[in-house]
Design a protein around this ligand. Structure first.
Ligand SMILES: [Zn+2]
Length: 378
């Protein structure tokens, strides 16, 4: 059992337990892995493990320390995250000095969400970096004598967003680390961490969650069975995205996929243009969802191969579209799924490289039409 609702990563959990059992707690760790793999939540769990008053291997959940940790209000826990940088504030001042009460309240709400769901991110509007004064503030607090016994744990979320001066200030702390304290840097972008920092931290990799673990988790959230596969596929092991998709109307992905495929199959130019326009708007509003719509279209082709090769229909991602995909396979027996799949990948790649979105989409739709190998003449 863990204090926070965490999913799997058993190997890492055992590793952290052994560190405590063998009394070999280091000064600095670097927890890294793709978004939603749990590196942030496990950093908080480690803080709870280090401070729990019971003798048990896992935080007991009922002692004074565990109760405080559970709501992220423990005096031994410091959290650092990107915040908006105000122009006229000095580098030594309290990083939150220029924030209004409403802004502070908003941050507190975001932190409470994190306490309930360790996978939710602390994202503060307009925050792009972790400024130096946040690190200086932490330094000041860490060297103060703690009111609490146990270990001080400083978790730096999105550590790749430390500004260079902030990273250097952090390095200074590591040169003379305060007693009984440990720093945990968490990141989904290890390549953006300065080598001078990563070389001083013990690394711990958190792989993306396996579909089976994500599936078990989604089952506890009462997700209908016929949506689970699509959610798992669209979220690619990121629990956060899976949680967002729970709130999203998953049927929209299915209906959009079906409509796009219909427009492509009959090459209805007016509908194609409408889709280019609405997808371009979607990209500007929510690029993650845009990618998910394109992925959803690529799963249509993947499912079509499965049906064509008479694989167990249980394997289909779009299980709700089985009938329509079967009709598609009958109507276009010569379709080229590999060309279709690579066209979707290329389209996402083009857009990431700033090719005009509408040009990339038009090209995609034309390629998808070509991939049908229909004898229909344009
Ligand atoms: Zn406890």
């Amino acid at each position: 059992m863990t204090l926070f609702p965490l999913i799997n990563q058993k190997k890492n959990l055992d590793y952290l337990r052994n560190i405590i059992k063998n009394e070999r707690v280091g000064n600095a760790y670097l927890f890294y892995g793709p978004e939603g793999s749990g590196s942030e939540g496990f950093a908080l769990e480690f803080a709870a493990m280090l401070n729990c008053g019971s003798e048990s291997e896992s935080p007991c959940g009922s002692c004074h320390s565990c109760k405080k940790m559970h709501c992220l209000e423990h005096a031994n826990l410091e959290m650092v995250y990107p915040i908006p940088i105000r122009k006229d504030q000095g580098s030594d001042s309290d990083p939150f000095k220029k924030f209004t009460n409403a802004e502070i309240e908003e941050i507190q709400e975001i932190i409470q969400k994190k306490a309930q769901n360790p996978y939710s991110k602390i994202i503060i509007p307009k925050a792009k970096h972790i400024p130096i004064n946040f690190i200086r503030e932490i330094k000041r607090k860490t060297y103060l004598r703690s009111q609490e016994s146990g270990w001080k744990v400083i978790v730096i979320f999105d550590a790749h967003l430390l500004t260079e001066p902030a990273a250097n200030a952090f390095l200074k702390i590591l040169e003379e680390p305060p007693e009984k304290s440990t720093f945990i840097l968490s990141t989904s972008n290890i390549n953006a961490i300065l080598p001078t920092i990563s070389s001083r931290c013990q690394p711990l990799f958190f792989p993306a969650l396996a579909p089976s673990h994500l599936r078990d988790y989604l089952l506890t959230k009462n997700v209908p069975e016929d949506h689970i596969k699509l959610i798992i596929r669209l979220s690619a092991g990121d629990v956060n995205q899976a949680i967002n998709l729970l709130d999203a109307d998953i049927e929209t992905f299915e209906s959009m996929t079906l409509e796009i495929m219909r427009a492509v199959a009959v090459w209805n130019v007016k509908n194609i243009y409408n889709y280019v326009e609405s997808l371009t708007a979607l990209y500007r509003e929510d690029s993650t969802q845009f990618n998910q719509v394109l992925l959803s279209v690529s799963f249509w082709f993947r499912d079509a191969i499965l049906l064509k090769t008479q694989t167990d229909p249980e394997e289909l991602v779009h299980s709700n579209l089985q009938e329509e995909i079967a009709k598609f396979v009958n109507a276009f027996p010569e379709f080229d799924p590999y060309f279709a799949l690579s066209s979707v990948e290329n389209c996402i790649d083009f857009i990431n490289r700033n090719v005009y979105i509408n040009v990339a989409l038009l090209n995609l739709f034309f390629n998808l039409f070509q991939s049908l190998n229909s004898r229909k003449i344009l």
